[in-house]
Write a protein that binds this ligand. Structure first.
Ligand code: SAH
Length: 196
């Protein structure tokens, strides 16, 4: 996180280094730095050199860029975001950051898609992060996790818990709650733009 300057990823003039979420338009927010840090800590064993990571609801691209710094050029990082304008601006942000080479060298890509379906083309993943709260854990994301892999996802509507989902080597699933959180919903693009 010290390598990836948050100032590049927030709206010009916003107080980039406050430990607070901030609006990025389209009824979305960039998560607070302490939430980015919490998720990176929870995923760090699954973001080692050469590993494969999926960032659902990649928004500004901040955490996606951090993933690229951690997995390095032998790894692979995919961001999924359903607002096309945010996909374009996130790519520009990452290109201006310390993770610029990840885009140039092609080991980080960001796609316009419904993240509830994951990104099966590059599955299975060592690490999956979801940056928006789902009503329940999408089965497609569990399916796209590698045995030994970890999914970190906020779950709930008004009251949300950050869930840590581990796929064990025998394929069974363990779920635990890390902490209470408040994220924007993982929903359809129409519902988000209507602010439902
Ligand atoms: N980690 C990002 C969080 C952005 S907020 C950051 O810190 O910048 C959550 C993002 O999830 C928003 O950009 C929103 O547009 C996106 N989102 C919500 N539902 C989605 C869905 N079904 N598919 C893809 N992206 C979604």
């Amino acid at each position: 996180m010290e390598a990836i300057d948050r100032g590049i990823f927030v709206t010009a003039g916003a107080p980039a280094y406050l430990d607070s979420p901030m609006s990025i338009g389209y009824n979305a927010t960039i998560s607070a730095p302490h939430m980015h840090a919490t998720c990176l800590e929870l995923l760090k064993e699954h973001l080692q050199h050469g590993m494969r990571a999926l960032d659902v609801g990649s928004g500004t691209g901040y955490l996606t860029a951090c993933f690229a710094m951690m997995v390095g050029p032998q790894g692979r990082v995919v961001g999924i975001e359903h607002i096309p304008e945010l996909v374009s601006s996130s790519i520009e942000n990452i290109k201006r950051s310390a993770a610029a080479s990840s885009i140039k060298d092609g080991f980080l890509t960001v796609h316009v898609a419904d993240g509830r379906l994951g990104w099966p083309e590059l599955a299975p993943y060592d690490a999956i992060h979801v940056g928006a709260a789902a009503p329940q854990i999408p089965q497609s994301l569990i399916d796209q996790l590698k045995p030994g892999g970890r999914l970190v996802i906020p779950v709930g509507t008004l009251n949300q818990d950050l869930k840590v989902v581990d796929k064990n080597l025998d394929g069974s699933i363990s779920v635990r709650t890390e902490t209470s959180v408040r994220y924007v919903p993982l929903t359809s693009r129409d519902a988000q733009l209507r602010n439902n």
